[in-house]
Design a protein. Sequence first.
Lengths: 288, 297
Amino acid sequence: MNPEKWPADNMGFPPDKNTGLRLFLQTVIARAYPRIIGQQREKSWVFFDIFLPLLAVSAYVFVYRAIGAPEEYVGFVVMGGAMTAFWMNVLWSMSSQLYWEKEMGNLSLYIMAPNSMMAILLGMALGGLVATTLRALAITVLGSWLFEIPYAVASFGQLFLVFMLAMIALYGMGMLFASLFLLLSREAWHLSNLAQEPVYLFSGFYFPIKSFNFWVAATASIIPLTLGLDAMRQLVFPSGAALGFLSVPVEIGILAALCVIFLTAAKLLLEHMEKLAIREGRLTESRR
Amino acid sequence: MQKTSILNIQSLIPDRQTFTRSFRIAAWLGWQIESNWTDPFLFAVYSIAKPLAGAAILVVMYSIITNGAFESPIFPYIYLGNAFYMYVGGVMTGISWAVIDDREHYKTLKYMYVAPIHMPTYLLGRGVARFIVSSISVLITILFGVAFLHVKIDLAAVNWGLFFVSLLIGVLMLAMMGLMLAGITLLIAQHVWFIGDITAGALYLFSGAIFPLDVLPRFLRPVGFFMPITYWLELLRRSLVGSVAQAFPTLSGFSNAQLMGILLALTTVFAVLAAVIFFWCEHRARERGMIDMVTNY
């Protein structure tokens, strides 16, 4: 910028630039912005993101009805179907995102810019979380209306806490996967594709996780949605507690631990990925 | 400016040499794209884990509610319907996905159009790889059901003639539906990634794949009766485990010959529709200059 055009109140000095925490927050907001605003600008996304999970939800609801399942299982399916929106968002818009950015040529710009990559990932997570929450809410409302689901919330406070912890841990996991998938390059697409049905199965999206053997359920609890869903079902359905895997306070404790583990691991892996990518010159590489 | 005609016989039916060249090369290319991103072991795991997990969701749901009553006729109904439905996602979506892959990912669609190949044949050939992978997944899923879940298939009692004829007609029908989607994909820039999934998802719901059509609300059932997949799945179930067919009233009034007649008639209707829709969409895409479009969407 021409020094003559610097604002007069800067008295000849370059304009102030955000640094430190202010820059970090500015980056988070800047990266979250397109995810939230983008959804408003193209509303057809909302239809696709709500309609697709609703189709699967409806199919599983009719299966339960065909085999004469108690009605609360229909509620379990609707809640699981709503939560698939978060898993899809984490897989396709978090885990695979840095790989897409590299393919489109943005990743090198991200790393060259004087901002933290962690802030970019946090912004992606925050924007994705807000946008996806609206979709999940729409699926829940529509599913509950279509299939007449009864709810009996035991504790709104615990429900909110469980949801927030599950989301922080889940998006922390997404941030961790973003670096991992970038290192895996073009296999990322296939890995995201592969991580759908098996996770729907082991995380109990359409049935209570308690149905599995204890150790299978415990291993599946590494995915935050497993315990998040289980605890939320216990809190919102009358018979949920009887079908819960662990007690709600224990699940809250484990989710809190998962938040710390995933966010720390995401930061460490991101630093490693940045060093590796710069050292090996793989930031602009595109392998189709 | 001289306008090109939408349909001409030459563009509809290729000569034998062009057909063979287009189909063979496309099938080989499709297989390379599907499988060469990793080593054969990981590819096998990838190809098997996904469909088995999908089937396992239904198995767990069923076993929780019925305490593992796998002998009930509804279980093979659900299990086999779900297993054969893998062809729908594989073949139909595989063919339409070739347009997305070539246009958006590899950016080679325009080169395909200037190459001496027959485009619809090329797209059908691209679906072969997914057909092979789907066939392996279907086979493994059924073998798993027979070995561990009491899905009783008596090989001596299987109506093999009906099975193979139904399977062949069904795959052709799915290929035609895939061609229809491929044509539509040529014209749209947004949501192309979802069009196959949405169609497969909707058909999963309406074709009685995993529950009898009687479970659907009455006003939705006609959609299922118009879909050839409904009759195709019923014929496959009847050919493998005849007793299942009698257990559910939806199509029990139809004989095998009647079902086959309906399937053939609907497949013919869909084939004609596919040809008309594909060539119309392709014509529009050429006129609007959308063949070499890259949306980055």
